[in-house]
Write a protein that binds this ligand. Structure first.
Ligand SMILES: [Zn+2]
Length: 190
């Protein structure tokens, strides 16, 4: 009897169809590799959950936890939708901590971009904690800045973010270790 085989959705090696049905189309090594937990990502998710679940979730975090959370969130949001998405969504609330976080991990180029974007979008004021207020400011046309110039500037910021954020994840890991946010035994085989 012939065993039906299908290619693994990740690496393309042929695997029995019965296996593919159990693993959503992956060979066993790919399945293991892709589902392996990442203690740093797990910790970030755990922080996000605490913040979502409890009214004082964020304020109950330690300072290093706040910075770690805010910078991870900043990276994910900007990568997904740029600075406009970041500041017009609830994530923008945590900007101050993302900035402190970039400073704490020594990401100098990123910090420079972050400060310039902030100054361009919210000149001479702290980033408002209130989301509606941030949106209002973002929607208000700036005297002397055409919408084409605006878009160009935002694209430029985005490019500089991409160029300066390449080591961000690594730096965040180093920071998490230094601050003992992620315990060493979680990292065995990491
Ligand atoms: Zn595979």
């Amino acid at each position: 009897m012939k065993i039906e085989q299908v290619p693994c959705g990740e690496c393309g090696i042929l695997i029995p169809e019965v296996t593919a049905q159990r693993t959503r189309g992956l060979c066993i090594p790919c399945k293991m590799r892709l589902t392996k937990s990442d203690p740093f990502q797990d910790f970030y998710k755990a922080l996000a959950e605490r913040i979502d679940r409890f009214p004082n979730g964020f304020t109950s975090l330690t300072e290093p936890e706040k910075l770690y959370f805010a910078l991870n969130l900043f990276r994910d949001e900007v990568q997904a939708g740029g600075f406009s998405q970041y500041f017009s969504g609830s994530a923008g609330f945590y900007f101050e901590y993302a900035e402190k976080g970039a400073e704490a991990i020594g990401a100098k180029r990123l910090l420079a971009v972050l400060r310039e974007v902030k100054e361009f979008l919210f000149p001479e004021m702290p980033v408002p904690a209130d989301t509606e207020q941030r949106r209002r400011i973002l929607r208000t046309p700036r005297p002397g800045v055409t919408s084409a110039q605006w878009t160009e500037k935002m694209n430029e910021f985005r490019k500089r973010f991409d160029a300066s954020s390449e080591h961000l994840s690594e730096r965040l890991k180093v920071y998490a270790r230094q601050q003992r946010l992620v315990s060493e035994h979680d990292l065995v085989d990491g």
